[in-house]
Design a binder for this molecule. Structure first.
Ligand SMILES: *Cc1c(COP(=O)(O)O)cnc(C)c1O
Length: 356
């Protein structure tokens, strides 16, 4: 049976990346050693790191005022590491409270300084992106989650602010052309759109660092990671390698323009099916719909479990909605072929005919 991987993360990777990665587990680049066995301070790994950083800089169109790091700990570590490095005890940071992940980020930040909520969508269960932000003049930075993985909303135009803008891009990084230079700091766990679990991409504009008085533990200190070139301690070698392969795949396939075209094509197919069939509904505001994670419900709640069973029989993986949201969530990251979305919409159509 063909499986269709709609997992929300870790998620689908390109077949060619899996092929190359499995070869490298046995013999990495003709070294006779496995990628799992090479030293992280060898020229072999340095080359992997250089290639990965090179791809990121090209895809993001960054100049030398930015540094690219590969760090441990997933995006969740950045919820703490960002304020630890950028927010002094007596300073204030502004956060958009637009979903589960952004809410976790702001709670972590509140352990380091003052946090104000610039805008919240909690009044409507985070089914939209509020556009009117209230940001105090003295705020150190504004933090947004560019795509709300759980709730299925996405910023389609970023807020234009004069303070540093910080983005958690974990679930839509490299999925479309983006003005990355609008941000002073970007972070993303690799396991959704750009690789395997275990590594974080962190991009930072150097001029925002070194401005606070707090003592920062070395392993948490961005400046020290920059000085060490992402090699302060042993990095997740294999995860960085898979990111390198995935980034090279993105470039070879046509870069962000092509990723964006594919994302739109997938999203249009699925949303137009939801809109066309009264049997299904989505509560997400139309202009804020995510192209990555589509959350929808069956109008007759009693049919929900039956639908999920049918999905299972059809080989659809990972479509049960997040436990606090319910319904169905279809995640459609970079590597997902349109044919998988077609299979989903075919099933939606026939299920609606049968039970409508
Ligand atoms: C998945 C996700 C996270 C958490 O990532 P971890 O790597 O598990 O820490 C954070 N933010 C967003 C937007 C996510 O989608």
């Amino acid at each position: 049976m063909i499986l269709h991987n709609f997992n929300s993360g870790p998620s689908i990777l390109p077949q060619s990346v899996l092929d190359q990665a499995s070869k490298a587990i046995h013999n990495f680049n003709g070294t006779g050693l496995s990628i799992l066995e090479i030293g992280h301070r060898t020229s072999h790994f340095q080359e992997v790191l250089n290639q990965a950083i090179g791809s990121v800089k090209r895809l993001m169109d960054l100049d030398d005022s930015y540094e690219v790091l590969f760090l441990h700990g997933g995006a969740t570590t950045q919820f703490m590491q960002v304020p630890m490095n950028l927010l002094d005890d007596n300073e204030t940071a502004a956060y958009c409270d637009n979903g589960i992940w952004g809410n976790k980020a702001l709670k972590e930040a509140a352990m380091f300084g003052n946090v104000v909520v610039a805008a919240s969508s909690a009044d409507k269960n985070h089914t939209y992106i509020p556009k009117n932000l209230t940001i105090p003049n003295n705020a150190s930075y504004l933090h947004i989650t560019t795509n709300n993985t759980v709730e299925g909303t996405q910023w389609h135009a970023y807020p234009d602010v004069s303070i540093p803008l910080i983005g958690d891009m974990s679930s839509d990084i490299f999925s479309r052309p983006t003005n990355f230079k609008q941000f002073s700091l970007i972070y993303a766990g690799a396991q959704k759109n750009m690789g395997a679990a275990g590594v974080n991409l962190m991009v930072v504009k150097k001029d925002i660092l070194g401005k606070i008085k707090r003592k920062i533990p070395t392993i948490m200190n961005y400046q020290k990671h920059i000085e060490a070139g992402s090699l302060m301690n042993t990095p997740p070698v294999f995860a960085v390698y898979v990111s390198m392969l995935t980034l090279q795949w993105i470039e070879a396939e046509g870069g962000l323009v092509e990723m964006g075209r594919r994302a739109k094509e997938r999203a249009n197919l699925l949303y137009s099916t939801i809109d066309r069939l009264p049997f299904y509904k989505t509560t997400v505001a139309k202009e804020d719909r995510s192209e990555m994670n589509v959350v929808f419900f069956i109008e007759d709640e009693n049919l929900q479990n039956l639908f999920l069973e049918e999905c299972k029989k059809a080989g659809f993986i990972g479509v049960k909605g997040y436990r606090t949201v319910g319904g169905i969530r279809v995640s459609m990251y970079n590597a997902l072929p349109l044919s998988s979305v077609q299979a989903m919409t075919d099933l939606m159509q026939s299920f609606a005919q049968q039970h409508g």
